[in-house]
Design a protein around this ligand. Structure first.
Ligand SMILES: Nc1ncnc2c1ncn2[C@@H]1O[C@H](COP(=O)(O)OP(=O)(O)OP(=O)(O)O)[C@@H](O)[C@H]1O
Length: 292
């Protein structure tokens, strides 16, 4: 008798605002639906940061055909980094606070429908990218968005309301950042490298980003008067930020940022600090299979 193709679901028990009990219902649904579709399903629950990468790497070594990441963009990032340049395809089951990659790719935000998509869908090739040694699939950046990512990480409660409150407070404390971008001196409010078009929650920094074109959208937000903040925010969520005079974008395959001191960045929303003050960003074209 031929062996059934295996499918692994990796669950982050802490991601987003869904409870552990809700995630366990999702686990049972996954097991039932996978068996109905003649897969051999397995489930693993992450126990610490980075665990999803280890579990996914081990799955690729065993030849598991599909790995589902059940979590937010952080869990999806950790899982996807181990699947890059492998024959194992990623299924996205978004239960995070932002769900940027799922929204960009049109993956259902209803977790049960997303499980079905991951089990029934076909593998599609997308790009990924790196900022220094840190992989990202959605966006990475510096300036205001990194400042907010660092402040958000300190909050005891996650979710959109906390994020909005954190960003609002950060706006008044933050000062535009000075650095050199590919040898040019810049003072910017923020600088984003977008593989997908949005940060999450339909905040579209790069409305025209194509996740499979072998390029990143390098998006600058230039310093602006405080009274322009409302219009910029409206454009961010209205997918028209590229029409603002303070937004400037171009497609790149790589970039280098150098600052005078340690550089605060984020990769898919995870706050990181580069002590050397130097960031090398590059695209890895066609490096990941996603089930769509
Ligand atoms: N058992 C665990 N204990 C502590 N941290 C964990 C555990 N499992 C995973 N993590 C960490 O939880 C972090 C946040 O997860 P994730 O991004 O999925 O959720 P989120 O932040 O709520 O969603 P979003 O990224 O959409 O805002 C990840 O960086 C991951 O390393």
């Amino acid at each position: 008798m031929p062996t059934l193709p295996s499918v692994l679901a990796i669950i982050n028990p802490l991601s987003g605002t869904t409870t552990l009990a809700q995630k366990m219902v999702l686990r049972d649904t996954f097991l039932r639906k996978a068996e109905e579709r003649h897969f051999a399903p397995e489930v693993a629950v992450t126990e610490y940061p980075g665990h999803a990468t280890e579990l996914a790497a081990e799955a690729t070594r065993r030849g598991v055909s599909r790995v589902l990441a059940i979590g937010g963009d952080g869990t999806i990032n950790e899982t996807a980094q181990a699947l890059r340049r492998s024959a194992t395809a990623l299924g996205i089951v978004p239960v995070g606070s932002g769900n940027g990659l799922a929204r960009h790719l049109g993956v259902p935000l209803n977790p049960i429908k997303a499980v079905e998509r991951a089990l029934n869908g076909q593998p599609v090739v997308i790009d990924s990218a790196e900022i220094n040694e840190y992989p990202f699939f959605c966006t990475a950046g510096l300036g205001f968005e990194a400042y907010v990512a660092h402040a958000f990480a300190l909050q005891p409660v996650r979710g959109l309301p906390t994020y909005v409150r954190t960003a609002f407070r950060a706006f008044w404390a933050y000062r535009p950042l000075q650095f050199s971008l590919d040898g040019q001196e810049k003072t910017l409010f923020s600088l984003t490298f977008a593989n997908a078009g949005q940060f999450g929650n339909n905040a579209w920094m790069a409305p025209k980003a194509n996740i499979a074109d072998g390029r990143l959208e390098q998006c600058e937000i230039r310093p602006f008067p405080a009274q322009a903040a409302g219009m910029l925010t409206w454009r961010l969520f209205n997918k028209t930020l590229d029409q603002s005079p303070y937004w400037h974008g171009r497609s790149v395959t790589k970039a280098t940022v150098v600052a005078d001191g340690p550089l605060l960045i984020h990769a898919d929303g995870e706050p990181l600090t580069l002590p050397e003050g130097k960031a090398e960003i590059r695209i890895l074209p066609g490096s990941l299979l996603v089930l769509l």
